[in-house]
Design a protein around this ligand. Structure first.
Ligand SMILES: [Zn+2]
Length: 149
């Protein structure tokens, strides 16, 4: 029960990593050299998300799926990724990953545990904000597809 698409993000897209992990997508940061980033993406079959034009050009030349994210607003960015690569904007508690370390979480009684870093998560006060941003992303996506919000 894992989400199919995997991502590699440059470090300028910090909080987006968290969001993709919450949605259940295997997502890693890249902090090294541009060319190496493209090599790693190729080897791991990852989609590159970046704000770096050089990386975009180099990825395209190497046939790596890449998205040049111009907006850093989370709902906008998530809608663009969903539009381009068809990711789901629905939270699925069976697929969600640790925002800190990208490990698939184990769930029981509306709580989630990370066996890698020992963190525990539950639906708390921050959930309203997460839920609102996901709804906003879905609304943007629907509008772009020409539907009514
Ligand atoms: Zn963890």
């Amino acid at each position: 029960m894992i989400r199919e698409k995997k991502f590699l993000l440059d470090s300028m897209l910090g909080s987006l990593v968290t969001w993709l992990r919450i949605l259940g997508y295997d997502t890693e940061y890249w902090k090294g050299e541009d060319r190496k980033m493209v090599e790693v993406a190729k080897k791991d079959c990852r989609i590159i998300l970046t704000k770096d034009r050089e990386v975009v050009r180099f990825a395209e030349r190497n046939g790596i799926p890449v998205l040049d994210l111009t907006s850093l607003e989370i709902p906008e960015a998530l809608a663009t990724i969903a539009e381009t690569f068809g990711i789901s904007l629905e939270f699925d508690g069976r697929k969600t990953r640790c925002p800190l370390c990208n490990t698939s979480l184990r769930s029981s009684d509306s709580r989630w545990f990370c066996e890698e870093c020992g963190k525990e998560y539950w639906i708390g006060s921050h959930w309203a904000d997460i839920s609102r941003k996901l709804s906003e992303a879905k609304r943007i996506l629907l509008e772009r597809k020409g539907g009514q919000p």
